[in-house]
Design a protein around this ligand. Structure first.
Ligand SMILES: C[S@@+](CC[C@H](N)C(=O)[O-])C[C@H]1O[C@@H](n2cnc3c(N)ncnc32)[C@H](O)[C@@H]1O
Length: 241
């Protein structure tokens, strides 16, 4: 069993409830839902311009450090990349400049309001190399072998089915493709209450989840932000440069 399945369930009660609800054992193993993630995800499918106000402002550490995060992507003209959990398209728009000419950015989200907003902003700003993609909680719905790079920024802890998502992403990445994760440091008794309430696990558990999905950690930065860390992974099936 993967490390994260054990941590997710938080005891036999949830599993018993799932089984009583008629879910087969194997399916229950996959059914690694964080209740708060599902609830939070519902709230994203609403007025996206309001979310833009919350995501795209000075004082949000990820926004303040957006160009530093962008530099860590090592994007080059002609590369194809996906930002999964793209939200209002903040990073997709920046990434699009770096891969032009010739490269495409897939801005994937499961909230239709976010996808529509990203497409509208790209059109208004005449950014022609962003494709806004409506994903599924279990899959980004990208073509296999279609991207050189994937970013997941402040979104992985929102994934309701992280194991399924990582399996699909590993198929979508081209050989030698890189995945970047930016998420919250979650340390019991130390982290801020909103992080402890919203984020289901810390860096160690998330790293285990990526390793279990076949990814190898190639870079770790936990000194860039007070409350976040940045990890870069390569899929173990990939050829190392
Ligand atoms: C906190 S927002 C972060 C947005 C953006 N990455 C940023 O940092 O500004 C999280 C986003 O992840 C999306 N999301 C949640 N689960 C997802 C999944 N399985 N696939 C794609 N997007 C997902 C939500 O709809 C939401 O827009």
């Amino acid at each position: 069993m993967h490390v994260f399945t054990r941590k997710y369930w938080g005891g036999g009660l949830a599993l018993a409830a799932a089984l009583a609800g008629g879910i087969h054992w194997a399916a229950a193993q996959q059914q690694i839902i964080t209740p708060s993630a599902r609830e939070l995800n519902k709230s994203f499918d609403a007025d996206a311009s309001q979310w833009a106000g919350r995501f795209e402002h000075e004082g949000r550490a990820i926004y303040d450090k957006r160009y530093e995060i962008l530099d860590y992507m090592h994007l080059k003209p002609g590369m194809d990349a996906a930002d999964i959990g793209a939200g209002t398209g903040l990073f997709a728009r920046l990434m699009a400049q770096r891969v032009a000419p010739g490269g495409t950015i897939y801005a994937v989200d499961i909230a239709k309001a976010m996808v529509d907003y990203t497409a509208k902003m790209a059109e208004e700003q005449h950014i022609t190399n962003i494709k806004a993609v409506l994903g599924d909680p279990r899959s980004p719905r990208l073509a296999p072998n279609s991207v050189d790079f994937v970013s997941i920024i402040d979104s992985y802890h929102h994934f309701e089915y992280p194991k399924d998502m990582l399996l699909e992403i590993s198929k979508d990445l081209r050989p030698n493709g890189v995945l970047m994760l930016v998420d919250f440091k979650r340390i019991d008794g130390v982290s801020k209450p909103f992080i402890l309430n919203m984020v289901r696990a810390g860096e160690g558990t998330f790293t285990d989840e990526f390793r279990n999905a076949g990814f190898e950690l190639i870079e770790e930065r936990d000194d860039m932000f007070p409350d976040n860390y940045l990890l870069r992974f390569r899929h173990r099936g990939a050829k190392v440069e």
